[in-house]
Design a protein around this ligand. Structure first.
Ligand SMILES: [Zn+2]
Length: 329
């Protein structure tokens, strides 16, 4: 019986001991940077899978899911047949149990860190970008990146994915089918660039990259991991190169696209939704969603929904997204 290391505990230990760990089956785990570990489970033409978690430090369930997968690979209980890079992203925030310390890390990718260099999160975002690019650049198989999150508020669709803006590339229907296997209930097709980690790897590395919102954020020890069994199962099947289940759920997966942002123009901004309104709540036709001085945001058509409402942001920033049903055409 070999000792099974805890990757998460190692990631959170200070000072971090960078090292390579031999694992069963000729595998090796190499720590590339604090919290970033690569497992060489496949040739360069196998799938390359980047799993990031803890970009928001209080979103603990995905961290536990990923740590459990690593533990089982290390114990020889789960076969690894692809190239795998795992990132426990915002280590300081994970230690403190907070979303972020100084600045939201998921607004600092796509090079945005260079303009906000004063924050510790900026240096870390730059480091994660470099490691992701170095990992995905030589890949000859599929390049996949799943950035795993849980959300602050409840959601009409408990689990949903954000598909970054693809510019001229087409949406990958195979990936949308795989989302269904993960238990994802809806997908937002983003329609403009963003400074998120998944947009970065999608744009710069041509990865099939997604932000996955997998439920509600809770502290370590308070997660009901049975609610995350879908993503856990689907990731394990992916990593051990088991054949996919079926594509039947893809057709049923509701798709949305951003119609417009609710921009907070001034401190006069008033959001006319309850504080605890759930993501994807339908906005009835004619409803006054928000107002800001003379500017009024009014719902139209009865099929629009609200996503990520947050009136507490600074003026000039997005205080929510109005989304509408979409199709791939
Ligand atoms: Zn998050």
């Amino acid at each position: 019986m070999t000792h099974t290391p805890s990757f998460l505990q190692h990631a959170l230990s200070t000072p971090p001991a960078l090292a390579a760990w031999p694992l069963p089956g000729g595998l090796e785990a190499r720590w590339l940077a604090p919290g970033c570990v690569e497992l060489n489970g496949g040739a360069v033409d196998a799938d390359s899978v980047l799993l990031s978690c803890g970009v928001h430090g209080n979103e603990t369930a995905p961290i536990e899911v990923v740590d459990g997968i690593l533990r089982d690979i290390a114990a020889g209980r789960l076969a690894l047949r692809c190239r795998l890079l795992v990132m426990f992203a915002n280590l300081d925030a994970i230690r403190q149990g907070v979303r972020y310390g100084n600045y939201d890390m998921n607004r600092l990718f796509n090079g945005a860190h260079a303009k906000q260099a004063e924050w510790p999160e900026s240096a870390r975002a730059a480091e994660l970008e470099s490691l992701a690019e170095a990992f995905l650049a030589p890949a000859r198989g599929r390049r996949l990146h799943y950035d795993l999150h849980t959300a602050i508020r409840g959601s009409v669709f408990e689990k949903f994915a954000i598909y970054p803006f693809l510019h001229e590339r087409a949406h990958n229907r195979e990936q949308l089918a795989w989302m269904g296997q993960c238990g994802i209930e809806a997908v937002l097709l983003h329609s403009q660039p963003a400074n998120t980690f998944s947009y970065h790897t999608s744009r710069r590395c041509e990865a099939d990259a997604f932000t996955l919102e997998l439920g509600k954020a809770r502290p370590f020890g308070q997660n009901d991991l049975s609610r995350f069994s879908g993503i856990d199962r689907a990731l394990r099947a992916l990593l051990s190169a088991e054949p996919a289940n079926n594509n039947a759920q893809a057709a049923a997966l509701p798709l949305f696209r951003a119609k417009y942002d609710l921009v907070k123009l001034s401190e006069a901004f008033r959001l006319h939704l309850a504080d605890d309104v759930e993501n994807f709540t339908v906005l009835p036709d004619g409803m006054l969603i928000a107002e800001d001085g003379d500017v009024r945001y009014v719902a139209c058509g009865g099929k629009e929904r609200i996503l990520f409402p947050n009136p507490a942001v600074k003026p000039g920033l997005r205080a929510g997204i109005v989304v509408e049903p979409a199709s791939l055409g």
